[in-house]
Design a binder for this molecule. Sequence first.
Ligand code: F6R
Length: 241
Amino acid sequence: MSNLKIDYFQDYKIFSQTAAELVCQQLARKPDSCFVFATGFTPLGLFDRLSAAYRLGKASFQSSFLVELDDYYGIHPSDSKNLFQWLSKAFLDRVDFPIHQTVRFQTDVQDPDRECLRIEDEIQSLGGIDFLVLGLGANGHLGFNEPGSSFQSRTRVVKLTEASLQSSQRYWGEDSKVPGKGFTLGLGTLAEARKTLLLVSGKEKKPVLKKLLTQPPSPDLPASAVHHFDDVRILSDLKIS
Ligand code: F6R
C-alpha cells in the first residue's frame, strides 16, 4: 500500500469545505503565496467556498499569485473554451485576485515552445509554486500530462488523448469541438511545488484512485508522480475498498 496521505469524505460538501480550509490556512501562513488551481468539475465546490470565505472577509487573495496549470493550444484567449476564462468565471472573478498577479498561457501564440519557457521563467521569478491544487483525470492524467509523460517533464505542448478529449467534452457539450492540443505544466515542474493537494471526486475515478494507491509509480499513470512530490495530501469523496 502507499505512503500517500489520503482523507476520505462522505460527501462532496465536506470534501470541498476541507479543501477550502487548507487553502485558507495557506493564505494565513503566506498571503503572497503562488497558487496553481486545476479547472474541471472537481474544484467547483472549493471555489464556491473560497468565494463565500472572501465575501465574509475570511479570505483574501489580494497579495497572492497564480499560475495557470493547463490550457488548450490554438484558440483565441477570449474563446469560451479557454481554461483561463473558465477559471476566471468559476473562481478568480468571485474573489479579489488581482489580474496582474496571474500568469496565463497565451493560447494563440505562434511559438508555443517559447511560450512554455516563458511560463517556466515566470514560475522561477515568483519563487516557485507554493500551493498546488490538482484534479485527477479518469485516465490518470494530471493537468494535461497524459499517460506516458515523464516524471521529469517540463512545461510543454501535448497532444490530448481520446480519453481526455472525451472527458473535456463534458465541459463544452456534445456539439462543441475540443482543441486537440494543450499546454501543461510538466510533472517535473509540478513536483517542485512546496505543497500539493490532489482532489479526487467522481465515481468514474474509483479505478484510477485504486491504481494510484496500490501500484508502483509509473509514467503510464501520470498521477503516480505525486509519490515523489514533497508534501502531498489527497482528499477524496470516494472510498476505495
Ligand atoms: C484541468 C485539469 C484536469 C482535471 C481532470 C479532472 O485543468 O488539469 O487534469 O483536473 O481532468 O477533471 P474533473 O474534475 O472535471 O473530473
